[in-house]
Design a protein around this ligand. Structure first.
Ligand code: C5P
Length: 418
């Protein structure tokens, strides 16, 4: 597959990005970040704070960005005749401002509206609608301090995108939350932000809740009933919806997948837990997409401890699990959309339509699982999209990412008509 053609790979091409670098140890990663963004086709300028210059050299940053590094808003002493409007034009030039690492001190300066260096001034002079991404990185205790959290909340309210630091070993030698993500992850966040700004999608700003993956239904404390669902389809939909600017909540069963950028994830294990988590959004979400392979039944009672293998034969009573999608479909209000999947073996279209009616869905994606090309575990899927009005679209075998985009295109069409 030619990845260079996927939208996220194109998002940075020709874009003007300012990287604001503050004085934290994570600054050592920034020349690599600048190089990566340049490689992806962006034009990069660096705004370095005074303390940032203690951690990373201006010469390295000028070399990798192939441009002057900005620090003060005043022209350099050795060249006093230089244009004194750069502090305004640089902010106006940018398609995005990325502050990585962002220290507690700079967060306070930005929250208070200071303009005492080039980085802070760019924050003020950036054109409206252009994304500001802030990557706080500091000691875990500092990060959690009320003043840092208050300043982050202020910046978020001003429209900045705050990316939570990662957990792991910190410069202090302790483990905690405070690490700056790696350059590849930062670049992916920038790409997502640029895409959702550029994208005129009707999904932008809508709240979408997606269930994904299998559920596990406990037999005893060490065994469970489950299925082969990998969660890949639901995660692909979540990522694609976030790229279109939707506010996405992903309720995930136990899967081994990274959370797509810009997506809020809630981990659950059983169908009952998934139902409870989903129910919290039934009234508020605009679109509910049931992509999870929810176990239809669970053991009536969980055996405490570990079941001994003394008996030649054992019997379980299984009871029906709640049907999450159906619960939503049957109580949704005007303006809310319910989308489901139907994994069928025989009479696919007829069964899928029946499901659409019974669960009061607006759209159902019919698929099958051979575990080789389509359905569970694999990276591709063949969907037939059946709309409430009867329109049926047979998609070819596609990557799950591409199938997710086609599904969202159809959801967008439905949104435009309602
Ligand atoms: O009825 P069936 O299980 O085939 O329906 C599949 C659709 O319903 C999927 O979208 C699935 O996520 C959803 N579902 C659910 N809760 C269940 C069973 C299925 O949300 N208990």
């Amino acid at each position: 597959m030619n990845n260079s053609l996927t939208p996220s790979r194109r998002a940075l091409k020709g874009k003007n990005i300012i990287i604001g670098i503050c004085g934290g140890i994570a600054a050592y990663k920034t020349p690599q970040l600048v190089r990566l963004l340049k490689k992806k086709g962006a034009d990069v300028r660096v705004a370095l704070t005074e303390s940032g210059s203690r951690f990373v050299s201006e010469l390295s940053l000028a070399t990798v960005s192939q441009a002057q590094v900005y620090r003060s808003i005043f022209p350099p002493a050795e060249n006093p005749g230089t244009d004194f409007t750069t502090h305004i034009t640089l902010g106006e030039w940018a398609d995005a401002l990325v502050i990585a690492p962002a220290t507690a001190n700079t967060l306070a300066r930005l929250a208070a509206g200071f303009c005492d260096d080039m980085l802070a001034t760019c924050f003020i002079t950036l054109r409206p609608g252009k994304p500001v991404l802030i990557f706080p990185a500091m000691d875990g205790q500092m990060y959690l301090s009320p003043s840092v959290q208050r300043n982050l909340a202020t910046l978020k309210a001003l429209g900045a995108i705050i990316i939570e630091p990662e957990s792991g070993e910190l410069a202090s030698g302790q483990c905690g939350t405070g690490r700056m993500p790696e350059p590849e992850a930062i670049a992916a966040h920038i790409e997502s932000a640029l895409l959702s700004m550029d994208c005129p999608s009707v999904l932008r700003g809508r709240s979408i809740v997606i269930t994904a993956g299998p559920t596990r239904e406990k037999i005893d404390d060490v065994r469970f009933i489950s299925n082969y669902s990998s969660g890949k389809m639901g995660f692909a939909i979540a990522g694609a919806a976030a790229e279109r600017g939707a506010n996405v909540t992903l309720i995930a069963g136990p899967v081994n997948l990274d959370t797509p950028h810009g997506v809020e994830r809630i981990n659950v294990e059983s169908a009952a837990q998934m139902r409870e988590a989903a129910g919290n959004f039934f009234r508020s979400c605009d679109i509910f997409i049931g992509a999870a392979a929810v176990a239809d039944y669970r053991p009536a009672a969980v055996i405490p401890g570990k079941l001994k293998k003394n008996d030649p034969e054992i019997q379980f009573t299984l009871v029906k699990n709640p049907d999450i999608l159906s619960d939503f479909g049957l109580q949704k209000q005007t303006g809310q959309l319910a989308v489901g999947f139907a994994l069928e073996q025989d009479n696919g279209p007829a069964n899928a339509r029946k499901k659409l009616e019974e669960k009061n869905l607006d759209l159902v994606a019919l698929n099958f699982s051979d575990r080789k090309t389509s359905g569970f575990e694999v990276d591709t899927n063949m969907l037939t999209l059946i709309e409430r009005g009867g329109i049926t679209t047979e998609l070819p075998l596609l990557s799950k990412e591409e199938a997710a985009r086609k599904l969202l295109d159809t959801i967008e069409n439905i949104c435009r008509q309602t």
